[in-house]
Design a binder for this molecule. Structure first.
Ligand SMILES: *Cc1c(COP(=O)(O)O)cnc(C)c1O
Length: 354
């Protein structure tokens, strides 16, 4: 790991004593420090860890008006012996740079990214909840910083990582609406990037789905409203007969989840039949009718897996018996077990912070 000239300014007094570890509200508690780097004159510099706090931002900030803004989401956990651990940090570094390229933003060097999360987690390790399934959620992100009105590529950027402790994430069983009017991502678009605008665009259709009694939208493709894409901030999995199917990401319309990638590795290593391919909503409806549809679940960093109990598609309703699910609970237990060292990490995914 290459070291940048990382400048660490510690706060005088940590706020960690004020946290009730048994009742952590999701996404609302922030730790003492954040990692910051600035991009100007064509390079990244001023790598530092400083007190967490507000940023002074110019009203004409380009990110606010034209959306050059991307992010990541990852977790640090503690082993049962209390050692802090990262999960696949290099994958997150690769992904933020794929997002950066698509939005004409500069790549953030991989070594600086890994050093940033590593040193920040080392400093904030008292904030990592110990209970299995809980974690320190890390939010690396990059925003344009030019002060300019007009659509153009920013010349200055900020890269920041901050942390939120999160409790064991319980996701209630989801009711999904297969969306047949609005889209999330089209071929050639920015669907594969973790770009802020993708989430803004999803809000309105999701609110409409909620008014109809659903929790989330199951996005279908933009051409035919036929092929399943993903859900919210999760990739989607279907268990049909003895085969586990997840939509292929090769058309650039689906965010390539690191949880999804990890689950596919676990499933293949166990000898399960796995297919990454286009899957139409009609195939899912047909499998539901003939009884071969066993499970549907979403996969993402926050929840690991979230079971789906219902899918509405036009005038069809697919109901699922989540109590009979076998694959999804096994996957969740395995990922959480690897993240707490209860289960051996055979894939070399965890990085110990020592
Ligand atoms: C972040 C995200 C995912 C899941 O990615 P993970 O790396 O598994 O957390 C899936 N879909 C979308 C749209 C996302 O933003």
């Amino acid at each position: 790991m290459i070291k940048t000239s990382l400048n660490i300014q510690k706060v005088a007094q940590s706020k960690v004593d004020q946290l009730d570890f048994d009742n952590i509200p999701f996404g609302k508690v922030f730790t003492d420090h954040m990692y910051v780097a600035d991009y100007k004159d064509g390079e990244w510099g001023e790598f530092r860890i400083e007190a967490f706090g507000h940023l002074p931002v110019h009203p004409a900030n380009i990110a606010w008006h034209y959306g050059q803004s991307i992010f990541e989401g990852m977790k640090a956990t503690k082993s049962k012996d209390g050692i802090p651990m990262l999960f696949r940090p290099e994958m997150h570094s690769k992904r933020i740079n794929r997002s950066a390229e698509r939005l004409c933003m500069p790549p953030f060097p991989k070594d600086a990214f890994v050093e940033g999360v590593y040193e920040l987690v080392k400093l904030e390790q008292n904030w990592i909840p110990k209970a299995e399934g809980s974690a320190l959620y890390l939010r690396p992100f990059m925003i344009a910083m030019d002060e300019f009105i007009g659509v153009q590529v920013s010349k200055t950027y900020k890269f920041i990582i901050f942390c939120c402790p999160v409790g064991p994430y319980y996701s209630k069983p989801l009711k999904l609406k297969a969306e047949t009017k609005y889209i999330r991502a089209a071929e050639g678009g920015v669907g594969y990037a973790k770009a802020a605008g993708n989430y803004a665009g999803s809000l309105f259709p999701t609110e409409l789905a909620k008014q109809e009694g659903f929790d989330q939208v199951l996005w279908l493709d933009a051409k035919e409203f036929k092929y399943c894409q993903e859900v919210g901030t999760m990739n989607i999995f279907f268990v049909i007969g003895d085969t586990i199917v997840t939509p292929s990401t090769d058309k650039g319309t689906i965010l390539e989840g690191i949880t999804k990638d990890s689950l596919l590795h676990l499933l293949r290593a166990k000898g399960h039949k796995v297919e990454e391919r286009m899957i139409s909503i009609d195939e899912v409806v047909a499998a539901s009718k003939d009884g071969s549809l066993k499970e549907i679940f979403g996969a993402g960093t926050a929840a690991v897996v979230a079971n789906v109990e219902k899918v509405g598609y036009r005038d069809h309703t697919i109901n699922l018996d989540i109590d009979s699910y076998k694959i999804s609970p096994w996957l969740k237990d395995t990922i959480n077990g690897i993240r707490s060292c209860r289960i051996e990490d055979e894939h070399g995914w965890t990085v110990k912070v020592v």
